[in-house]
Design a protein around this ligand. Sequence first.
Ligand SMILES: CC(C)(COP(=O)(O)OP(=O)(O)OC[C@H]1O[C@@H](n2cnc3c(N)ncnc32)[C@H](O)[C@@H]1O)[C@@H](O)C(=O)NCCC(=O)NCCS
Ligand SMILES: Nc1ncnc2c1ncn2[C@@H]1O[C@H](COP(=O)(O)OP(=O)(O)OP(=O)(O)O)[C@@H](O)[C@H]1O
Length: 282
Amino acid sequence: MNVALRWQSTPANALDAEQLGDLASLCLKLEVETHPKPGLVSHVDNGAHSDMDAELLCRSADTLRPFLRDLALAGAEGAGMSRLRAIGVAAERAMLAETGGVNTHRGAIFGLGLLCAAAGYRGALGIRKSLGDLVSRRWGEDILSGPISLRSHGAMASRRYGAGGARAEAACGFPSVYEIALPALRAARKLAPCDEEAVRVQTCMTLIADVTDTNLLHRGGEEGLHFAQAGASAFLAAGGVGRRGWRERAIDIHHAFVARNLSPGGSADLLAMALFVDRLAP
Ligand SMILES: CC(C)(COP(=O)(O)OP(=O)(O)OC[C@H]1O[C@@H](n2cnc3c(N)ncnc32)[C@H](O)[C@@H]1O)[C@@H](O)C(=O)NCCC(=O)NCCS
Ligand SMILES: Nc1ncnc2c1ncn2[C@@H]1O[C@H](COP(=O)(O)OP(=O)(O)OP(=O)(O)O)[C@@H](O)[C@H]1O
């Protein structure tokens, strides 16, 4: 896999829909190309997933690119939630067709898709608000009142544990991206100035420590969520990627997640979203 790590220096509001789709798809690949991420798929191994690998995730990211572009276009045209939802559902269908029915990126389509729509909207309006704020103001109410599949993992986690999951995160303007991931990303660049993969690992660990990830609840219940949060918190408290030997410690945590079949897919999605927003700041 050869992920281009070169960012263009185009001003954020000047990116067109095609470029936004390309950037969002690239951020999905950068998330994959990050190791060790506890329990998750990376270019090194499949973590706690028997049905997917890095190659499948990258193919999925390529498949999603035109849909992410269309979401940016729709946002630029001022589309309402029902049009965004139709594009999101079509993207999910294309993902499942490409992967033979494996859910590689459902959460990512939703979160990154809404951020692409907001980036298109922001570019068309020529304003400087944050993408999360725009998602919340323009589509937040409709996100919360939209149709919910009662059998979805998120709906079950919400009923059993009161977790808001991907929908609440989006409706509130992605606080986990703006208040957790972006500050972690920027602080990590000081800890590991020449190692963007280490920066992504530190950001991922910070997300796992703080987010109520419905994937962890689904796979491990409250006990699994607390185990995951405690492991990531201990890694950070010991100095994170700023400490010598951090990679071995992170690999130990990765193996402990795999042994318990834990996978923080929500944190992986939020990492990709943070990379996207970081590039498009402010
Ligand atoms: C809301 C979605 C994700 C439904 O999924 P579900 O009910 O299972 O929600 P759930 O909260 O479990 O999230 C699903 C995925 O989100 C990610 N996730 C989990 N926890 C979190 C969290 N705290 N924050 C953000 N993402 C999370 C994980 O990858 C998870 O697998 C989505 O599939 C949906 O409604 N799609 C319809 C299309 C649509 O409305 N698209 C909008 C435009 S793109
Ligand atoms: N690198 C990654 N590794 C694993 N999951 C990821 C990764 N990146 C993002 N995800 C997210 O995790 C979700 C998939 O997680 P998971 O396979 O646990 O869900 P599921 O198919 O709903 O449940 P299960 O496999 O337990 O039946 C996807 O929606 C995707 O957005």
